[in-house]
Design a protein around this ligand. Sequence first.
Ligand SMILES: NC(=O)c1ccc[n+]([C@@H]2O[C@H](COP(=O)([O-])OP(=O)(O)OC[C@H]3O[C@@H](n4cnc5c(N)ncnc54)[C@H](O)[C@@H]3O)[C@@H](O)[C@H]2O)c1
Ligand SMILES: [Zn+2]
Length: 376
Amino acid sequence: MTKPLRGADPIVVNVALGSRAYDIVIGRGLLSSLGMRITALRPGAAALIVTDENVARHHLAAAHAGLRAANIRSSEIVIDPGEQAKSWRTLEALCENILAARVERGDLVIALGGGVVGDLAGFAAAVARRGLDYVQVPTTLLGQVDSSVGGKTAINSSHGKNLIGAFHQPILVVADTALLDTLPPREFRAGYAEVAKYGLLGDAAFFTWLEANWRELFAGGPAREHAIAVSCRAKAALVARDERETGDRALLNLGHTFGHAFEAACGFSERLLHGEAIALGMALAFEFSARRSLLPKAEADRAIAHLAAAGLPTHVRDIAGGTPGLDTLMNLIAQDKKVKRGKLTFILVRGIGAAFVAHDISAAEVRAFLEEQLSG
Ligand SMILES: NC(=O)c1ccc[n+]([C@@H]2O[C@H](COP(=O)([O-])OP(=O)(O)OC[C@H]3O[C@@H](n4cnc5c(N)ncnc54)[C@H](O)[C@@H]3O)[C@@H](O)[C@H]2O)c1
Ligand SMILES: [Zn+2]
């Protein structure tokens, strides 16, 4: 049979939020059609691209070209890469630049980058001129399956990460999976932890599929688009049910209570990337759940084995530069989640694909568990 000249049609996932609903379009090579997709939504709008230096080097010219192809006027603001950009200082400069560039209500901000650019540009769009429309063009795997979807935008405070921000939904998400080809392998792996998370929290069949297909996903075959689409569908469903995280959306935090503690204890540094911390956190959540006899040990081992096979950390001894101390971790866990009368809230599992919110976990039990992990 003759092979098609073009790749398969893009996959579209809708985030059903009434008047704020939007599409996530997923496919290889979509950047060239960015302008056409924007014109369909906002004819006549001009676009300001916010990106970071690393992404600009690889993909900024193609993004401008994709806009020019639909006669969209575009300009750019390039920020320094890295988490430090999620600061008041960068936000202020960005907002001033948006105003100086005469971006009007009716024009668009385009966040071209990973979660850092998405969170920062999204927040600037939420507050500049009391709210501008924006489009997410995520360029990391984490961005394509997680941070670009759901409308959480933020910068960091000295009191903690993501504490200053707004809910501001994009009008469109364009996930061009080819952009991930230039991502450093370690960043790709870290993003994969969030993909595996969707299987582990609510979709056992997807997890089984990942066990068989993760290598093709890493290599850039069609499995990549499929996995990103399944992940976005899962997140979109949770966001549509619970936009402001008063209930079910919290399941997306599987692995995040333990994970954040380790991430913070390592100073949010290269020692442990976010996705790596989440892989470790999910492994601990499965281990902890098995210990409480919520699921068979063998099933927890299966979940953990897959994360390890993909090259992610699953044990505290996998952390570069030594393990953090028990008191440090417990303090961070207490800060992360509100402690009510000595009880902590955790996302636990009754099996692969069966996560639930547990409100009644005693701090003493978590402490004993972590002590064992740190010494074992
Ligand atoms: N809003 C949300 O719902 C949400 C969810 C999860 C995470 N986040 C946030 O996302 C951030 C982490 O995002 P991230 O992991 O994407 O990190 P990131 O944005 O820092 O990107 C990681 C690195 O990869 C580089 N990069 C990005 N795309 C590239 C490409 N295509 N080719 C080459 N290099 C590229 C970046 O310059 C950076 O150095 C955190 O600040 C986190 O708080 C937000
Ligand atoms: Zn995460």
